[in-house]
Design a protein around this ligand. Structure first.
Ligand SMILES: Cc1ncc(C[n+]2csc(CCOP(=O)(O)OP(=O)(O)O)c2C)c(N)n1
Ligand SMILES: [Mg+2]
Length: 790
């Protein structure tokens, strides 16, 4: 087929630009010296360790040069997300060709010396990783762990009506769960107020050493699959460069024009029908233009092209020859001038200034980040005339605050709440007083709060989607919160890893601006799974989180609603962290007035004097608690001891900021040893009631003076459908066990202690009998109230 999108000159130039990018890619993988091949290639010119991924790279170079053309033609605001981000040489090479790379890294200059450095640094000690890493300008997506490109892309275009993200999806990557589900993102995009994603499925047929599923189903089946996901797929297929250039150019024009038409229909003509957005399937050989045969085996167009096709030029003279032929096949002398600069007529093909995909500010989101307009969280305070008054459920209180954050920033359009169908269930219903759930598919009577645009994205049951969307949203300079059941946040453990790694690396790149923190609100937590039971009980996400770099992670356990407000206000203002906040949604006792809550949360840990009676003397025992339910059980235990063992001197310490427990050498929030010893003493028993798995407390405190005396109770995988109090009993975290634990460690309680223990053991039996008969907790548990003991 002959079309006329490209003039012969333009086609020739674009092909030359593509060759230049391919040349730079091979150079990065192989060359230590002789960057312009001004002399015959020798073994000394080749790196000792050859690392990188060639296979995906020429296809991505091809896509990049074609995107450059449409950016210029249509003056597009576009960024590039490389799903198969292992093809680092493509994006590094292209940002170098367009000039961005040398602007960010002046040492990698646009001349022969710069070229040599560009080549050496790649996959080299002290240099850059082989992926599209944070060091690479224009990238918000490393692509080391495959699967998230499409949800990141959608996150980036929410509330960015002029932005188009060109998202390359690997055909192997497309087999991952997160990517497979992300095609559905098109049902959540508002063509009027959001931008557009142009997926380019890179159907090069192979993964590392296998074919891909999508390449081995029939053409029609693939087309139907993509149509079934709601897309309009356009196929660009072949391997002959001239034909492929024309086909890609014509297809890209069609896609861009269709995107513009969809947007115009929605924005100007108010057309609300769900669009079938265009996408491209690029079916081209893996390792395109690379060595065809190596050691008698086909390489181009097979899985063998995935990494380094010529593995050992140093010891195989024929490989060295093939490498030189391969490099020379791009005719570098036609591409670079005497100084080693890209020839001006080729450099002209790249967009200018911030239109270059490497220089687009959306890909350095902190540059666009604006502070949220924040209501005063104190205005949402629960009235706490005395400790222990009953609250409505902490997250419900928080919901009102978030409602007003959403409202105040509705014009800025830079705050969103994400959740996998749980925003209501997690107690944040107040949001729907001012906004909707964004949803672009059909609605029927009785649907609730579904609308084409809204601040809440919670209508898709996919934690991967929520996480990916939110990450994309944050990485492009906006703010947000992910609310999720505590147990199921584990689904995105690995995505959290990647984001935390990204934050760690970018924090040390001076040209990368800080972005808003990723905030998790984990409600519906382990201790209150009344109608779900064992499957829904897992407080282990934080065990995973605290593995990450201390400068990046923060974990908070507000014990009541006022503390939750104070903590969340802090989290939403913070930058470049991952904040995990664990809070309850059920009616629960409230402990602190707003003033006291602000002080307590600012300190992160502290003695609760009103619950303690060791003032002026040293305590016999420290009752520590972290989490809303452990705090309740601890205070109930204290009240039993104050009544029955009035001579005991008890100190109550509450922990909001978990990382206070670590030494300051390990975490910036860590208490000094002196401060820790002051709170927990050097030698007194500490009974520590903890929300999550007990070993975490040991892990955090093992270097502290008094560690050997810290006795932790927490969740130990006991649970089922039962009453809230029985959950604590099953895990020995209940008030009765806490008192018995204390008595065991305090011989001075003598016979009084032994008799009290007997009484509590009997109580536990009464409790079992009662719940088995009545199906709810004993009245003395349900109606228990803190009252300040005399
Ligand atoms: C989640 C995940 N699993 C496995 C890998 C290891 N891996 C790296 S590249 C690759 C093959 C990717 O194939 P494809 O997406 O088709 O990319 P391309 O062919 O363009 O290289 C695999 C399995 C990974 N990076 N991420
Ligand atoms: Mg592939």
């Amino acid at each position: 087929m002959k079309t006329k999108t490209l003039s012969p000159e333009l086609l020739h130039q674009m092909d030359a630009y593509w060759r230049a990018a391919n040349y730079l890619s091979v150079g990065q993988i192989y060359l230590y010296d002789n960057p312009l091949l001004r002399r015959p290639l020798t073994v000394a010119d080749v790196k000792h360790m050859l690392l990188g991924h060639w296979g995906t790279t020429p296809g991505q170079n091809f896509i990049y040069v074609h995107l450059n053309r449409v950016i210029k033609k249509y003056d597009l605001d576009m960024i590039y997300i490389s799903g198969p981000g292992h093809g680092g040489p493509a994006v590094v090479g292209n940002t170098y060709l367009e000039g961005t790379y040398s602007e960010v890294y002046p040492n990698i200059s646009q001349d022969e010396a710069g070229l040599r450095k560009l080549f050496i640094q790649f996959s080299f000690p002290g240099g850059i990783p082989s992926h599209v890493s944070p060091e690479c300008p224009g990238s918000i997506h490393e692509g080391g762990e495959l699967g998230y490109s499409l949800s990141h892309s959608f996150g980036a275009v929410f509330d960015n009506p002029n932005l188009i993200v060109a998202c390359v999806v690997g055909d192997g990557e497309a087999e991952t769960g997160p990517l497979a589900t992300a095609w559905h993102s098109n049902k959540f995009l508002d063509p009027a107020t959001d931008g557009a994603v142009l997926p380019i499925l890179h159907l090069n047929g192979y993964k590392i050493s296998n074919p891909t599923v999508l390449a081995r189903i029939e053409h029609e089946e693939l087309e139907q699959l993509l149509r079934g996901y709601g897309w309009t797929p356009y196929f660009v297929e072949g391997h002959e460069p001239g034909l492929m250039h024309e086909a890609m150019a014509a297809t890209l024009d069609t896609a861009v024009e269709q995107i513009k038409k969809i947007q115009q229909d929605a924005r100007v003509h108010g057309n609300f029908a769900r669009p079938r957005w265009p996408m491209i399937v690029l079916n081209s050989p893996k390792g395109w233009t690379g060595p065809k045969m190596v050691d008698g085996l086909q390489v181009e167009g097979t899985f063998r092209a995935h990494q380094v096709p010529l593995s050992n030029p140093a010891t195989h003279p024929e490989h060295l020859k093939l490498l030189e032929d391969w490099l020379r096949s791009y005719r570098p002398e036609e591409l670079f001038d005497e100084q080693g600069r890209l020839k001006p007529e080729l450099a002209e093909l790249a967009p200018k200034g911030e239109r270059r995909m490497g220089a687009n500010p959306h890909a350095n989101g902190g540059m666009l980040l604006r502070d949220l307009r924040m209501p005063d969280f104190r205005d949402y305070a629960e009235d706490v005339p005395s400790p222990g008054v009953r609250g409505i459920g902490d997250t419900h209180v928080l919901g009102r605050f978030l409602r007003d954050v959403a409202k105040l920033n509705s014009e800025q359009r830079n705050f969103r709440v994400f959740g996998p169908d749980e925003t209501l269930s997690n107690g944040l219903e107040a949001l729907f007083e001012v906004t909707q759930r964004q949803w672009d598919a059909a609605t029927v009577p009785n649907d609730e709060w579904l609308a084409p645009t809204g601040r809440v994205l919670d209508s898709m049951l996919s934690e991967h989607q929520c996480e990916g969307w939110l990450e994309g949203y944050l990485l492009t300079g906006r703010h947000g919160l992910f609310n999720c059941y505590e147990a199921f946040i584990h689904i995105i453990d690995s995505m959290f890893n990647q984001h935390a790694k990204w934050l760690k690396v970018t924090a040390h790149l001076p040209w990368r601006r800080k972005i808003a923190s990723l905030n998790y609100l984990l409600a519906s937590h382990v201790w209150r799974q009344d109608h779900n039971g064992f499957t829904h009980q897992d407080p282990g996400f934080i065990d995973h989180v605290v593995n990450k770099k201390a400068e990046v992670v923060r974990v908070y356990f507000p014990p009541d609603a006022n503390c939750l407000l104070s903590v969340m206000d802090h989290c939403l203002r913070s930058r470049h962290y991952v904040n995990v906040v664990i809070a309850g949604k059920h009616p629960a006792p409230q402990w602190l007035t707003m003033d006291a809550a602000v002080k307590h949360c600012t300190e992160g840990i502290g003695i609760w004097p009103w619950a303690s009676n060791d003032q002026g003397v040293s305590p016999d025992v420290v009752m520590a608690c972290c989490g809303d339910v452990p705090t309740l059980e601890t205070l109930a235990a204290v009240s039993i001891m104050r009544e029955h063992l009035p001579d005991l001197r008890i100190r109550v310490v509450n922990v909001v900021d978990l990382m206070k427990l670590q030494p300051p050498t390990e975490h910036p929030h860590g208490l000094s040893d002196i401060a820790f010893d002051e709170l927990f003493t050097k030698d007194k028993p500490v009974i520590f009631a903890f929300h999550a798995y007990p070993w975490l407390i040991h892990r955090l405190t093992y270097r502290r003076t008094n560690h050997d005396n810290i006795h932790v109770r927490g969740y130990k995988e006991e649970g089922t459908i039962t009453t809230p109090f029985d959950m604590t009993v099953l895990n020995d975290l209940d008030r009765f066990h806490l008192v018995m634990d204390t008595i065991d460690r305090l011989p001075q309680t003598g016979d009084k202690g032994i008799y009290l223990k007997q009484q509590l053991k009997d109580k536990l039996i009464e409790h079992k009998q009662y719940i088995d008969k009545h199906g709810q907790d004993m009245p003395e548990i349900l109606n228990w109230k803190w009252s300040n003991p005399k």
